[in-house]
Structure formats: structure tokens, C-alpha cells
Design a protein around this ligand. Sequence first.
Ligand SMILES: NC(=O)c1ccc[n+]([C@@H]2O[C@H](COP(=O)([O-])OP(=O)(O)OC[C@H]3O[C@@H](n4cnc5c(N)ncnc54)[C@H](O)[C@@H]3O)[C@@H](O)[C@H]2O)c1
Length: 329
Amino acid sequence: MTGVALVVGGAGFIGSALVRLLATRGPVRVLDDLSTGRREHLDGVAGVDLRVGSMLDPADVAAAVDGAGVVFSLACLGVRHSLARPVENHEVNATGVLRLLEAARRAGVDRLVHTSTSEVYGTAQRVPMDEDHPPWPHTVYGGSKLCGEAHVRAYHRTYGLPTVVLRPFNAYGPRSHHEGDSGEVIPKFLVRARNGLPPIVFGDGSQTRDFTYVEDTAHAIAAAATAPGAVGATLNVGSGTEVSVLDLAARVTAAAGRPDLRPDFAPPRPGDVLRLVADSSAATRLLGWRPTVGLDEGLARLVAWHRDAGTDWAAALTEDRARNWELVG
Ligand SMILES: NC(=O)c1ccc[n+]([C@@H]2O[C@H](COP(=O)([O-])OP(=O)(O)OC[C@H]3O[C@@H](n4cnc5c(N)ncnc54)[C@H](O)[C@@H]3O)[C@@H](O)[C@H]2O)c1
């Protein structure tokens, strides 16, 4: 592979973990509009050229792709955002990907690795879910991500662009979002527990997810850039371990040192997926990838990372919004 690695969305949660990994290997360029990402996520990482700009702006994208070898496509607007602002969400997750593909095709990049999501499947109809599981997204986020990955496959088929599509299941770890509509379940539970507040569980807590530590997710994405047999593939990236939200609440409160906290229950979230569990054997076969960090170990690492970072838990709580899919302002 030649040229600089370009990470679009590299100031975000998974993107910054990927940039940290890639920066140990060579120069990295980031294109990010900092809408949900943060400049500080790349603090202390040497050799990163951060360009603040939008994937929706053809000039920003063309300049970012110029001279790039591998392009990593991670920019997105999230699932709760899609419930309040569906059209804007589709614009980034589908049309933005199309703009990036077109720039990558014109520039003749070596490879484009696209990060889709397990949300394209909707609730599991059978488990574990392999890549042939029917895609039946519940939300515009899932629909727009499915559209984005379809464009990636189309560019491979039609124009011969060397592409790989990955479908990570839920990721967690350092720099995950607790705030606003970006807030994810693990950091939200953690912020509340560290403030002495019970986790809020929407529905009865029997819905399940498959969690992967973010460094494992980043390793899968990086491996997809070089694995010889991966071009044209669509691959799940998950742990294969199914955990209910109720069980998760107990594990997070325990990791936070507050096992005494019992959940508060609230009505279900609109569009919530009820069951997810990955079969990632194709990623193991084609990328040589396996998750290495179990959930309890990952939660302990996350708590330790916050301790070292000196997280202000009271300030974090002010940024948390319980019903974070509802439009504000
Ligand atoms: N977090 C998860 O559990 C998870 C699970 C499955 C898949 N994914 C996928 O992984 C990718 C990264 O997710 P994340 O959790 O790190 O999200 P994130 O919100 O932390 O990162 C997305 C980044 O994209 C940037 N961005 C948004 N719109 C942009 C635009 N128009 N131009 C340039 N940059 C823009 C944001 O500022 C942010 O830095 C996404 O494609 C997401 O769909 C995430």
C-alpha cells in the first residue's frame, strides 16, 4: 500500500482508536467536520494531519483523498440522531459515502474500507447472525447505512474500486459518547453510576447486544486495509457473545464500584432492536481477526482509562440526556 492513510470521521469514537493504531505504522490524514467528533480525541497522537471539513463538500473530499493510499470511511450521524432528523442523517450516511466513493474512484486509491453497522440487520431472525442474515433495518440510521454500504459494493462491481465493507456490532471503550443524542448505553450507565444514580433501562431489559472493545474493532478495520482476500467482502465484526441490557446494567454498575444500584425502568425506545449477536467467522477467515478483550475486562479498562484521564463525572452528567432520541431546541 502506498500513500497516506485517510480516515474520514477520524476524530470520532472508533475513528480515533483507528487513527491511534494506524499512526504507529505511518502518516495519517483525518477528514472530520467535528460535528460529534472532538479534536482532543487525537491529542498526543504524532503524525496526524487533521483537516476540518465535511464529507458532503466535494472540494473538502477531493483535497482529503488526494495522495491517499487507503481510505477508511467512518463518518456518520448516529441512530438516535436519525429518529429526530432522518433526512439529514441519510444525507451523511448514504449520500456522503457516495461522494467519498466518487472522489476515491477519481483518485485511484489502493483500497476503501467502509464501516457499516449491525443495525442494517434489525432484530435477529436467527442467531448467530452471519452476513447472509436478511437486512431489515428498524431505523433511518440502519436504512441509510445499508444504502451507504450498497453504494460501496456497487463501486466495487461497476468500477472495480477495491473495497471492503465491515459491519461492527456495538463498540465501547475510551472516548465513547455519553453526551446528547450520541450517547451510547455503556457510557450512559457509567456516567450515572459514577454519580450515584441507577441505570435507566428502556423496556424490560431483555433486549440483547454483542459488545466489542473498541481497540478490537479498530484492529479489524485496519486488517481490512491489507488482507489480500478481503476485497469485495462484507464482514461482521462482533464478539459473538450475547448480553442482555439488564445483565449489562449489572456489569457496568459493578465495574463502576456501585453494584448496589438497581435499574429504573422506562417505556421502550422507538425502533429499538431487540436481539443482536454476531457470527464473525468470515472476518476470522479473511482478516485473521478475533476479538481479544472480554466484556468485564473491557469495562475495567474503560473505568481505569477514565481514572487516568481525570474524568469530571458531575460535568459528564450535565451532558447526558435520558431520552436522547427526542428533538431538542
Ligand atoms: N459506535 C458503535 O458502537 C458502532 C457500531 C457499529 C458501527 N459503527 C459505525 O462506525 C463508524 C464510527 O462510529 P462512531 O461510534 O465512532 O461515531 P462518532 O459519531 O464518534 O464518529 C463519527 C465521526 O464522523 C464525523 N462526521 C459526521 N458527519 C461528518 C461529515 N459530514 N463530514 C466529516 N465528518 C463527519 C463526526 O464529527 C465524528 O467524528 C460509523 O460509520 C458508525 O456507523 C459504530
